[in-house]
Design a protein around this ligand. Sequence first.
Ligand code: ADP
Ligand code: MG
Length: 233
Amino acid sequence: MTKSELVIDLKKVDKTFDGPAGPIHALRSVDLQVASGEFVGVRGPSGSGKSTLLNMITGIDRPTNGDVNIAGVLLNDLNENKLARWRGKNVGVIFQFFQLLPTLTIIENTMLPMDFCRVWKPRERPERAMHLLDQVGLADQAYKLPNTLSGGQQQRAAIARALANDPPLVMGDEPTGNLDSKAADKVFYLFEELVKQGKTFMMVTHNVDLSSRIPRVVDVLDGELFDNGNGRQ
Ligand code: ADP
Ligand code: MG
């Protein structure tokens, strides 16, 4: 694999938090390489470091030691301002509890990252947002407020928002964790479609049925990463 094909390249990443009873080693010397177009699942018990790992890759948080290289950009070198701009264009993030802004309509939520990054001209944004909502099956919900939608619909809106700036990398932190199995299945199908379209997609999941459908799964245990490689476990 050449370096340019790597979307995620972590080298000896440590993350230590100050806890009341001393340091908490959330990540210990984590190495991880993910190539463009891969679909990677992350498993592990609660508190093992999964969210911390995702936060390193999205630049939401910084490592204590080690290098975080995402699509050829060393995030360690970016200041907060540059990091926020970089993230807006390069990574879509999907959370367990959707994180839609409650006072904005679904289409306004979908346009927010476009307004922030200005890749698309203002007059192009509503049309693009509507196209994304159509892709996730929500065109008819565009002018509603988030709390009038089901959990599954809200998560599909969050997926549309994550795709707003057409990022090459999409990350999900337990994105089906708050959904019933039918809604989770629908959301998971959209993730499979993303990968078919060439996105690199990484998601944390506790769901055994879903993780068995992910081609590559890594385990995080007590801050250490164990890569099961390609091939189903
Ligand atoms: P997971 O997502 O696997 O449940 P986390 O990555 O959230 O685990 O947390 C890993 C460890 O780091 C836990 O012990 C957690 O309490 C600790 N931790 C996470 N974030 C912080 C923080 N901001 N401050 C202090 N400790 C933290
Ligand atoms: Mg977590």
